[in-house]
Design a protein around this ligand. Structure first.
Ligand SMILES: *Cc1c(COP(=O)(O)O)cnc(C)c1O
Length: 376
């Protein structure tokens, strides 16, 4: 059996090596390292893939989220609601912009931001909601957009984990996750579903005026060279990374299908076990692109299982072990433990299994057999 890895980037690279290498060589041959033609090509390719009017490439997914938020007229003290159960980048940029993060609990089945909890947290100071499409599955965007409309709020989708996922609205229309809210951010960190070979990110929106604002912000607040109209940042996707992404984007749907297939094999092998809750897919099959495959272990020793798997050479991880409301940097006297019953439980129950495009049946069987052997 091939050695099992949490993410197998090398195996994936071997299959696209020639195109990737040719893209990188093109950058070297043309000395177009920054804002080169490959960046522009990637922008166009991604706009077409997503059905987004505007893609603004930038340096990483955290910058993308921060810049997206800078595009709105938000003032220090304005409240921004986001999920308690996510990676820290989401809450970090809210705090960095001197906005007030308001963390709320998540739904038990999808792990995505709870609609009831958002509604409860809305105050006259609330200006925006940041849903995170966690582990590859879009949050309940119909309900979020309805709340946003009712209370006049911006919706900034953190789509770092769900690029390529589809979201079907109640009216039957289907869109890519990330083009439903006012703006979205994504990350091309190597292990993401569409990863480059370094850092990278992008913002997307269908709003022409917002796109114009954001293009200036990523470039030092310049709309005309050496005229700085707003305080901006320096955040660029470099040409080598754009080359890698151009080579990988045509494979993204196949990559996501490979993840979905591995997920369904895991789920059938682990179905109907009293101690295991397999991932719940709220929409159609293509609505979850399994950035992570995350089980809940109930009434059994999750940490013992993790050690058992590690001892057998099976990598696994806890995403995320500590709720954000309990992190030192984000403590707030307004939070009460009883406001976060689901997150507080999930951090003790979740375990993420190896998930990537190169998993084979032998590996999946070894992993699921090892889990069942421990839980018996
Ligand atoms: C990865 C990730 C980010 C940050 O992306 P970087 O490119 O690492 O800055 C933000 N939000 C979520 C939910 C992520 O998973």
């Amino acid at each position: 059996m091939k050695k099992i890895q949490m993410v197998d980037l090398k195996g994936q690279y071997e299959r696209i090596k020639e195109t990737v290498n040719a893209s990188i060589q093109e950058v070297l041959d043309t000395n177009t390292y920054i804002n080169g033609p490959l960046v522009h090509t990637f922008q166009k390719n991604l706009e077409e893939y997503l059905g987004a009017k505007h893609v603004i490439p930038c340096a990483n997914g955290t910058d993308a989220l921060q810049i997206a938020m800078m595009g709105f007229d938000l003032k220090p003290g304005d409240e921004v609601i986001t999920a308690d159960f996510t990676f820290a980048a989401t809450v970090e940029v809210i705090a960095l912009l001197q906005l007030t993060p308001v963390l709320v609990d998540v739904e038990e089945d999808t792990f995505n931001i709870s609609i009831a909890a958002i509604e409860k947290a809305i105050t006259p100071k609330t200006k925006a909601i940041v849903p995170v499409h966690l582990f590859g599955q879009a949050a309940n965007m119909d309900a979020i957009m309805a709340l946003a409309k009712k209370h006049n709020l911006y919706v900034i989708e953190d789509n770092a984990q769900a690029i390529g996922a589809n979201y079907k609205s109640a009216d039957g229309s289907k869109k890519k996750a990330g083009i439903i809210g006012h703006v979205a951010s994504t990350s091309f960190f190597p292990s993401k579903n569409l990863g480059c070979y370094g850092d990278g990110g992008a913002i997307f929106t269908n709003d022409d005026a917002l796109a114009h604002t954001l293009r200036g912000i990523v470039n030092h607040g310049m709309y005309v060279r050496y005229h700085h109209d707003v305080v901006g940042v320096n955040s660029r996707l470099d040409s080598i990374q754009a080359g890698v992404l151009n080579a990988k984007l045509p494979h993204l749907d196949n990559y996501n299908e490979a993840r979905q297939l591995a997920a369904s094999k895991y789920s059938s092998a682990l179905a109907n076990h009293k101690n295991i809750i397999t991932p719940f897919i709220a929409g159609e099959k293509d609505s979850h692109v399994f950035h992570q495959y995350t089980l809940r272990i109930v009434g059994a020793d999750r940490d013992g299982l993790m050690q058992h798997l590690l001892d057998k050479g099976i990598p696994c991880a806890i995403y995320y072990p500590i709720p954000l409301h309990a992190q030192k940097a984000y403590l707030d006297p307004r939070y009460k433990e009883e406001d976060f019953p689901i997150t507080n439980r999930l951090v003790k129950e979740v375990i993420s299994l190896p998930m990537h495009t190169e998993l084979d049946d032998e590996q999946i069987k070894f992993i699921t057999d090892s889990i069942l052997e421990f839980l018996n």
